[in-house]
Design a binder for this molecule. Sequence first.
Ligand code: C2E
Ligand code: MG
Ligand code: MG
Ligand code: MG
Length: 287
Amino acid sequence: RAKDAGRGTAVVFDDTMHREAEERRLLQEDLRLALDGGQLRIGYQPIVSVRQGDIIGFEALVRWHHPERGLLLPSTFIALAEETGLIESIGAWVLRQACSDAMTWPAHMRVAVNISPAQFGSAALLNHVAEALAASGLLPDRLELEITEALFMNHLAESDGFLRDMRALGVRIALDDFGTGFSSLGYLTRFPIQKLKIDRSFVSGATDFENRKAVVEAIVGIAKSLHFETTAEGVETAEDLAWVRSLGCDQAQGYHFSKALPIDHVGAFILGFGNGSADAPATTHAA
Ligand code: C2E
Ligand code: MG
Ligand code: MG
Ligand code: MG
């Protein structure tokens, strides 16, 4: 009986795996067509200076408008794109599009682009960045590349050359999801980094937790002494904002200000944000 049940389970499990594999294969085929078919779009999420309360730039967040499945977030397809190698062309497209979109914004505003582990350390990435800058005419210091802290730590050998190349181009570097990746402080001093983005797990609703406070204070302290900027991710409420302000974060990003916006809404958002203070949440349109 136990044997039968065991076998039954195995069959069901096998079936599920088969269906999942099939599902992935279908999604992979769709993704191949998505880029050429114009189904990939970029949502732009504002990053706000905590002290002045103005927009310093936007982070480019890729979205897939799937004809049947609707809006898909990066968590459903970036890993797939990495496995299939499609991440290289998707990444190149995001860079090109983000740089040319940023050219339509006020000249002091930057655009931040996420770089996947699979793109990291390849010579193609350097070319794609240089091409995106040349094609758009964007000044290099308006482009910021976001690399997760974990990725940076796992690829220290490649990081060195990569960061040097990027700095030679004049592009800025931010460590994303900072606080989750166990960086050695020694490495932080060695690499040409301009910003730490404090992971939202330490930020959203964090007023309730003393230990999170200690983490953020420590990160801000390190950043200040190494002359890095800090951005708090996941600022969802006025309380979150007041809190990261009290800890001395330079910038804030999160649903309190806006979700990622379609490019056609960015201009109006900038105007509407106007001279309003950072405390005033603006209208949000999900991209
Ligand atoms: P990330 O770079 O850390 O981006 C921040 C994520 O947090 C975004 O999710 C954003 O929508 C979400 N977020 C922003 N504010 C809040 C908030 O107040 N509360 C909460 N709960 N979440 C907030 P999204 O767009 O789903 O992106 C997830 C991740 O996918 C990104 O994390 C980034 O690592 C990756 N990603 C996005 N676009 C690209 C891309 O073009 N290329 C690559 N390689 N990765 C990308
Ligand atoms: Mg990011
Ligand atoms: Mg992040
Ligand atoms: Mg993240």
